[in-house]
Design a protein around this ligand. Structure first.
Ligand code: UD1
Length: 436
């Protein structure tokens, strides 16, 4: 199993190109199931989760081809870290409507094939994903939304069998009692081919939802209310192929902002989309990090001689503070002068990085879903273990600022969501190597 070895204490200087968003690319790939024609996605990151989704779609009957489009782009010659890829998906038919346990259990986002296959084939069988490290993560909201469009749901042998009424799904009102990114994406895709109008109330407003809606519109879907919590979808009889560019990854962007906030230095993030970061940039500025933005770049500077201020944070759906940035910002706040209280409201078990950060010198007390960070306690290098995707990144950030050499094991979690992270950081002067 690969490990990362990091010698801390080196400020970061240089440029990093942000990759395409994993959490946008996954639903966009599933949207290709809605049409017989070719859907081409540009700026697709090369990550373990994307490969898993590709395998799932291929076994449903999709044809995939991947082309490296990096060569010739203005970024590549002198700036490491740009790995643009164009992925084409063609689903002329869907001979297999079953999403098997072997694939669904390795990646929860597999549930996103439910809506498109149900809408197109009027029947789908998807394995229940089960819980994961950060929480129980049920799929009840996905299923209730499909029922609101007339689907009959049966649970059998660990699988969900969903069947549309004769003639296909029927548009209707979907009320989400809780904001869910995945359930909003699933029903949005399903509603595009339903008969009549669907109104999705209390829809998630994450930038990845808007990205999906824009892809679907470019395929011929009729959707209004983009970026709001009420989405209206007027069903059409068929969707067509399209070419579409995946948005930059806001969580990768935020993670690099936190890395510079803690290691110090001056880094420019290119091909970013600051508008999708919500309050993350505001909070970092408030605690003492210098950030300047344009429409597609972010310059982040941190002078280590100036202390950071503490900040209380609560994770909430977009546009508030994202749970996917909680571990990284908590790590930054360990170096603030004073106490910060962090409340995690989205997932019930998302403080697994805390004991590992403790091994590196952090002083963090957990009570229920609240962590109180007592700062500042300088980081000391240690061998630590990654427990989930974003927790992995928090340990890397800590190691970049720690005195000495840290090793981070179980980085297969990291490889699910950060493409060639060590190369991007090393290009900015970080002493980081992958040990195979
Ligand atoms: C997506 C993101 C993930 C992010 C999360 C919250 C992808 C691939 N993953 O996950 O990185 O952390 O949004 O921003 O985009 N819930 C239910 N019933 C359901 C569905 C969800 O109770 O049917 C609960 C979940 O357990 C969780 C909350 O709702 O407590 C939000 O989950 P959701 O927004 O659905 O997260 P995902 O789409 O799985």
């Amino acid at each position: 199993m690969d490990k990362l070895r990091i010698t801390g204490g080196k400020p970061l200087h240089g440029k990093i190109i942000i990759g395409g968003a994993k959490n946008a690319a996954l639903p966009l790939m599933c949207a290709a199931l809605l049409t017989r024609e070719k859907v081409t996605l540009d700026n697709v990151p090369y990550l373990a989760d994307i490969t898993t989704m590709a395998k799932l779609l291929v076994q449903h009957g999709a044809f995939l081809s991947l082309r490296d489009t990096s060569a010739g782009t203005p970024f590549t010659p002198d700036m490491p870290g740009h790995y643009s890829r164009e992925l084409s998906l063609t689903c002329e038919s869907i001979p297999n409507i079953v999403a098997p346990y072997e694939l669904v259990s390795t990646m929860r986002a597999s549930i996103l094939v439910l809506g498109p296959i149900l809408a197109r084939e009027h029947k789908v069988r998807v394995s229940l994903p089960g819980g994961c490290a950060i929480g129980a993560r049920p799929v009840d909201l996905h299923l209730k939304a499909m029922q609101a469009l007339g689907a009959k749901i049966t649970l059998e042998d660990g699988y969900v069998l969903a069947e549309a009424p004769q003639g296909g799904l029927i548009g209707g009102d979907v009320y989400f009692e809780k904001v869910s990114v995945g359930a909003t994406e699933n029903i949005l895709m399903a509603a595009t081919l339903a008969r009549g109008t669907t109104t999705i109330h209390n829809a998630a407003r994450e930038p990845e939802i808007t990205d999906l809606a824009e892809l679907l519109i470019s395929m011929g879907a009729d959707i209004s209310g983009l970026g709001t919590s009420t989405l209206t979808v007027r069903g059409v009889t068929a969707l067509s192929g399209t070419t579409y560019r995946v948005i930059p990854d806001r969580i990768e962007t935020g993670s690099f902002l936190c890395a510079v906030a803690l290691a110090g230095g001056d880094v420019e993030l290119l091909d970013a989309r600051p508008a999708t970061l919500g309050v993350v940039i505001d909070y970092l500025r408030e605690i003492g990090v210098d950030i300047d933005t344009t429409d597609d770049t972010i310059r982040v500077r941190r002078d280590l001689s100036k202390p950071l201020k503490p900040k209380n944070i609560t994770t909430e759906p977009f546009p508030d503070f994202p749970t996917d940035m909680q571990a990284q910002l908590m790590t930054v706040l360990t170096q603030a002068e004073g106490d910060s209280v962090i409340s995690e409201t989205i997932f019930e078990n998302r403080f697994m990085h805390v004991p590992e950060l403790g091994r590196m010198g952090a002083n963090i007390a957990i009570t229920g879903n609240t962590a109180t960070v007592h700062g500042a306690t300088p980081f000391k290098a240690a061998p630590v273990m990654a427990t989930d995707l974003r927790a992995s990144m928090s340990l890397i950030i800590a190691a970049l600022a720690a005195d000495g050499i840290s090793t981070i094991s179980r980085i297969y979690h990291l490889d699910r969501g950060y493409e060639r992270l060590e190369e991007k950081l090393a290009a900015c002067g970080a002493m980081i190597t992958r040990v195979r």
